[in-house]
Design a protein around this ligand. Sequence first.
Ligand SMILES: CC(C)(COP(=O)(O)OP(=O)(O)OC[C@H]1O[C@@H](n2cnc3c(N)ncnc32)[C@H](O)[C@@H]1OP(=O)(O)O)[C@@H](O)C(=O)NCCC(=O)NCCS
Length: 169
Amino acid sequence: MTTPAPGSPARTTADAVLRPMRWWDVAAALPLERALFPADPWTARSFWSELAGIPETRYYLVAEDPTDGTLVGYAGLRAVAREADVQTVAVRPDRQGTGLGARLLDALLAEARRRGCSEVLLEVDVDNAAAQRLYERAGFTRVSVRRGYYGPGRDAAVMRRRWGGEVAP
Ligand SMILES: CC(C)(COP(=O)(O)OP(=O)(O)OC[C@H]1O[C@@H](n2cnc3c(N)ncnc32)[C@H](O)[C@@H]1OP(=O)(O)O)[C@@H](O)C(=O)NCCC(=O)NCCS
């Protein structure tokens, strides 16, 4: 776990409770989405569309502060047949570096395994060192680069996590 910066409150992942994301969480997710992804934030319609997707193909979680119920993070997975994609992982800035991103990602990966997926893919901005570190720590490796994926001059790294030839439980 990362040590909080001097003067910042000592937070641990135990300060957040994970639960399924529901449509009524979208209003609280939007300000965080705009703050964390200012260049191309998801809209309410984007979230609703994901949450309205066939339940067997989607898995969205929120992390909330158990003391006041405020939303401190969210993450989403798309899983079709044996392949899954991490759609998003987001942690409120004051909770970043406490292990919450890793906890959300672990929950997505566990669900992908539970659903029988043998690999999980994602795109991440090549300049987003924090996210790439998070994914590397979870066993993802870079498989390619998509030029201009996020717009002119903004490339995405495609990363993949595979589970050998084992049969998922
Ligand atoms: C990426 C993000 C989800 C990580 O969440 P987090 O709660 O801060 O991550 P964790 O505390 O679980 O840390 C996981 C790893 O990432 C590393 N990390 C976290 N913040 C970092 C930063 N600013 N710079 C470099 N590495 C960082 C941690 O050091 C840790 O690695 P370690 O165990 O080797 O120390 C969070 O920074 C975030 O919401 N960023 C904005 C949205 C975003 O970019 N999402 C990903 C889109 S693809």
